[in-house]
Ligand binder design. Structure first.
Ligand code: CTP
Ligand code: MG
Length: 234
């Protein structure tokens, strides 16, 4: 049997304070069913199983009951109240973690349920040499630049572009400082952008198609095409 070296110690933050407006429905997408379990439960369990400590779950005001129900039976997480934007929610989670966190932290979208262990490993490894690491995938389609009237204004090369996923991994002190510095400016696309703005180096590691974000209601249906190996217990 091949033994794998243990992962470095890490904390994790799951942001789940969004309203899920594009997915619609009465219940925010992170608490809806995906492969027989609430969306958020999949990645919370994957992170706890990988050893995340602490695990902070950032939720909207009034969502505690939904969150507790979705995570029932899982040990080792705490709930923290989020903000009006994803970036504010991340910052609230990081502030709540400060003083009680290993050197490395993963920041993850609750809306990406299927989180392979290999991605966690790649991200934490890359932090040996960088202050951040993010999972990315190549762009395979051609790219068109759209004009205001939806005609083609030109094209763009895909060679240097990547699709960016979560979790994203950081040296805790670096990402907390970067978020404090960024606070009050415009909403950031992701946390790597916040770190890069304060000159941190961000490694691009191989992502995974399974980390696709649930955005629209039909994305919840992709459970039908998910291979059974990804439908875990618990
Ligand atoms: N998120 C958050 N706090 C916010 C906004 C978003 O914690 N104020 C979280 C979401 O819960 C989600 C992740 O950030 O897990 C990615 O955001 P997105 O997919 O945009 O989710 P929503 O903002 O909830 O969806 P929508 O934009 O369609 O309203
Ligand atoms: Mg959003």
């Amino acid at each position: 049997m091949v033994s794998t070296p243990p992962l470095p110690l890490f904390g994790a933050l799951i942001v789940a304070a969004g309203k899920g407006l594009r997915a619609g429905g009465d219940t925010p997408k992170q608490f809806r069913d995906f492969c027989g379990k609430p969306v958020i439960r999949h990645s919370a369990k994957a992170l706890l199983d990988a050893g995340a400590a602490p695990l902070i779950v950032v939720i909207a005001d009034g969502a505690e009951e939904d969150a507790r129900a979705a995570l029932a039976g899982l040990d080792g997480y705490s709930l923290v109240k989020g903000g009006a934007t994803r970036q504010e929610s991340v910052r609230a989670g990081l502030e709540a973690m400060a003083g009680d966190v290993p050197d490395r932290v993963l920041i993850h979208d609750a809306a990406r349920p299927d989180l392979p262990f290999a991605v966690i490993e790649r991200l934490l490894d890359a932090l040996d040499h960088h202050s951040g690491a993010i999972p990315t995938l190549p762009v395979v389609d051609s790219l068109a630049v759209a004009s205001a009237d939806e005609t083609m204004a030109g094209s763009a090369s895909r060679e240097t572009l990547r699709r960016v996923q979560t979790p994203q991994a950081f040296r805790f002190a670096d990402i907390l400082a970067a978020h404090r510095q960024w606070a009050g400016t415009n909403d950031a696309g992701d946390d790597a952008q916040v770190l890069a703005a304060s000159a941190g180096s961000v490694a691009l590691v191989q992502g995974d198609e399974r980390l696709k974000k649930i955005t629209f209601a039909e994305d919840l249906m992709s459970a039908l095409t998910m291979p059974p190996m990804r439908v875990g217990q618990g």
